[in-house]
Design a protein. Structure first.
Length: 573
């Protein structure tokens, strides 16, 4: 296990590691079952196994030799555990400096390494439907999480802009005319019409394949029309990406790897992997318990698997990645298993660093959403509905908010509702589309976290704090409540929660952390509802300053966490 990024947990792990002569990364830092026992507990089991010693005896040895220092105030043995109590003043000072002063909140443990994240990846000539938010925002959050940890991140939008689908669209344009103006809505209607007709006349499937062959062979008129379709699609996608705050470092379609296909096929042929089967060129994976991976169909056209091979090789050669992630739904699990196996057989030593980050499907009425039949709900429509609900609520609860400000808050909170509802649960779970669940403003939703942030910002304004950095040197002596201490300990865990989310490709870990942090903040903040002396802003200047520093640190951590998930942090709600 990695050494904790929390400086407080890390201090406990390193104290035990140094005393017993074992690596700190072998030790787990947990929370004792009873707060009276201490703030952190470190088990000695790994050291006991390595030394063939009694764990309880080792814990006694550590406690007996402990000397207070830094953030560690006390160590006591409790069976096989060493329980540590922290120096609260030292912890508060460190926290204030990290969150309000010089920082950093999250140590750059990934510095010098590159992560590629392939996400969103819509097909051109189709709308960004609601189900696209899964890949788009899981991927964007993984980009943000790794970047926060210091990695060099290449966020990639691998467009589906090539293949038989576009042959079908070209065939439809030939049959029924190219729509003018050339919009995604018109193109999608045309594609759905072609699919409907193909069910009645199977010959249309072959017609679509032949038109793609002509496109792949380079017919100038078809290439020109295809480019117009691609450009119109990209412009349509960008409108939604702008709403979501999504930015890519590299936008490449499958078509961008067209020139690399002969090299890829030649490489696999040289390795003895490419063989002819029923007129098609394939890599036989029978021995690996999988169907063959098709490289080139019997009509001479390639498929997306061939282009995925080329893209993987390009990324390895140009980006030299430490990990390369593919954020694609779990229905593509076999494809990626085939892809990674073939690259491994081809001798690429980076193949084990390719990972399929799978996620559950979005279901409409119990069935998978499908653009082919037009059974989708547009992502823009969902964001618009959520935004309108927030705007209505703002008009009722905050009628004095200037219109421009109200519009911005409604947009930020409405978009946040949709994003957070997709990231708050484990990514492998399927999602049943229900309007009330997706755009709900109540409960464990994005607005709850955004509202907590707005409340901390309001406290600072009320306290006359123009720049939170001025609170970095606040004296923590007045912070004596257990609720304040519990909040402080949670704030110190941000780095570890981010690292765990990045390592496991699970953004929901950060979402749940933020919800728990809001609950801890609320428990502390609402103490003042019954006792005026426990309010953040009191008649005592030093107490007020210390509590405002804690509120400011909470604000910073909430804003950081929201940003990592792709949500804005409003100052007013």
């Amino acid at each position: 296990m990695p050494v904790p990024l929390s400086p407080f947990r890390r201090a406990a792990a390193e104290a035990v590691a140094q005393a017993l002569g074992v690596p700190a990364e072998t030790l787990a830092v947990t929370t004792p079952p009873d707060a009276s026992l201490g703030d952190f507990a470190v088990g000695t089991f790994p050291a006991a196994r390595a030394k063939r010693a009694n764990p309880a005896a080792l814990a006694q040895t550590v406690a007996a030799g402990f000397q207070p220092g830094g953030v560690l105030a006390e160590a006591r043995a409790s069976g096989p555990y060493v329980n540590f109590k922290l120096d609260r003043a030292a912890v508060y000072r460190h926290l204030f400096d990290a969150a309000l002063g010089a920082g950093p909140l999250i140590p750059p443990v990934g510095a010098g390494r590159t992560i590629c994240v392939d996400y969103s990846s819509p097909n051109i000539a189709k709308h960004l439907a609601y189900h696209h938010i899964r890949s788009t925002m899981i991927g964007q959050s993984l980009v943000n999480l790794h970047r926060a940890l210091g990695y060099r991140v290449i966020g990639i939008n691998h467009l589906g802009d090539w293949g038989t689908t576009f042959g079908m669209l070209l065939a439809a344009c030939h049959r029924w005319g190219t729509p003018e103006p050339l919009t995604v809505a018109a193109l999608n209607e045309l594609y759905v019409r072609f699919q409907t007709e193909a069910k009645k006349d199977p010959a249309l499937e072959a017609e679509g394949r032949s038109w793609f062959k002509r496109l792949e062979d380079g017919e100038p008129e078809l290439r020109a029309l295809w480019k117009r379709i691609r450009d119109a699609s990209l412009a349509n996608f960008q409108e939604v990406y702008d709403l979501l705050g999504v930015r890519f470092d590299e936008v490449k379609g499958e078509s961008d790897y067209e020139a690399d296909i002969p090299r890829v096929i030649g490489l696999l042929a040289d390795k003895g992997l490419a063989v002819i089967s029923d007129g098609a060129l394939v890599v036989d994976l029978t021995a690996d318990g999988m169907p063959p991976l098709i490289l080139r169909k019997s009509d001479g056209t390639t498929i997306y698997a061939t282009r995925d091979l080329a893209a993987a090789i390009y990324r390895a050669e140009h980006h030299r990645f430490h990990r390369s992630l593919y954020v694609v739904d779990k229905g593509q699990g076999l494809h990626f298993k085939q892809l990674f196996t073939v690259l491994g057989k081809a001798g690429f030593d980076w193949a084990p660093r390719l990972e399929h980050v799978s996620f559950g499907l979005v279901r409409l009425g119990g069935k998978k959403a499908r653009t082919r039949t037009g059974e989708v709900i547009l992502l823009k429509e969902v964001i618009g509905e959520a935004t309108e609900r927030v705007a209505k609520l703002l008009r009722e609860t905050n009628p004095d908010l200037p219109p421009e400000r109200a519009e911005a808050v409604a947009r930020d909170v409405g978009t946040g509702v949709v994003i957070f509802s997709n990231l708050a649960s484990q990514r492998e779970k399927d999602v049943d589309f229900e309007w009330e669940d997706i755009v709900s403003l109540r409960g464990d939703a994005g607005p709850y976290v955004q509202y907590a942030h707005a409340r901390t910002a309001s406290l600072l304004r009320t306290g006359g704090v123009a720049d939170p950095a001025e609170l970095a040197g606040a004296d923590p002596a007045p912070l004596v409540r257990d609720e304040e201490w519990a909040l402080a300990l949670m704030l110190g865990d941000l780095g570890d929660e981010v690292a765990r989310a990045a390592e496991t490709d699970e953004p929901h870990i950060v979402a749940r952390y933020l919800l728990d942090l809001c609950a801890a903040f609320s428990r502390w903040y609402t103490l003042g509802n019954q006792d005026a002396s426990l309010r953040v802003i009191t008649t005592d200047a030093e107490t007020t300053r210390a509590r405002l520093a804690l509120a400011g640190a909470t604000r910073k951590v909430l804003a950081t966490g929201l940003g990592l998930l792709g949500l804005k942090a409003p100052e007013v709600m």
